[in-house]
Design a protein around this ligand. Sequence first.
Ligand code: ADP
Length: 246
Amino acid sequence: TTKQLVVSEKLAAIGEITAGIAHEINNPVAVIQGNLDVIREEIGQPDPDVETEFALIYEQVHAINILVGKLLQFARPEEYAGVVDRHPPEEVIRDCLPLVQHLMNKVSIEVTLQMDATHTVAMNRTELQQVLINLIVNAIHAMPEGGRLTLSTADAAQDGEPGVRITVADTGAGMSEAVLARVFDPFFTTKRSEGTGLGLSISRDLVTRTGGTITVESTEGAGTVFTIWLPSGEAGDAPEDTGAGS
Ligand code: ADP
């Protein structure tokens, strides 16, 4: 429809502007980082106060680099797409947990794993990890007073195609209908300066590019469930492999 066309044109324009801005930020930051390294070497053995200040500056430069990376990934996803590989989803989930552990130390969050999938999934491993971390970090943010984070996998068919369903569920704040309608929109965030609003937009892009789907259900005050369906990585599962012959 005309409306969809206007929206996709707008998104393309936003993508172009975003890529431009990201590159404009990238250059001065590279200069800052390079000169920091030089100063760091020149002063040799600094006193502990200077060392702390250095660490702070490096941390902030790193934060800018991460942001620029997200902006570029949003704006030019095809340049960043990884090769599809096949792997058990529970391995990726277990790899994610140490990376978010520091966020769970401040609040008491009980993690429950229900790993029932027997199939592997067909998705780039790093990209799946990125998606899961986005969902897990959002879930933790939604539970500032603590709660339960449930990660589960199960074999599941969608439109007759075998695959794996992964869910990330929290018992946090949940979302209003108005927020729920916009969660996947680029730059939509309710986290003010803390959020970029790119996490779910990028996640959905990564999942759909590999042939999967991502959906969300939420109840205000009760919690949220994100469900990802990914195609199976088992050779015999692909529809084109089921025919006679071979
Ligand atoms: P960001 O986390 O930077 O805000 P996202 O695209 O990851 O960007 O999320 C967009 C918005 O969706 C969040 O600001 C929040 O309002 C909402 N949201 C996402 N996940 C959850 C969740 N598990 N519980 C409640 N709200 C959520």
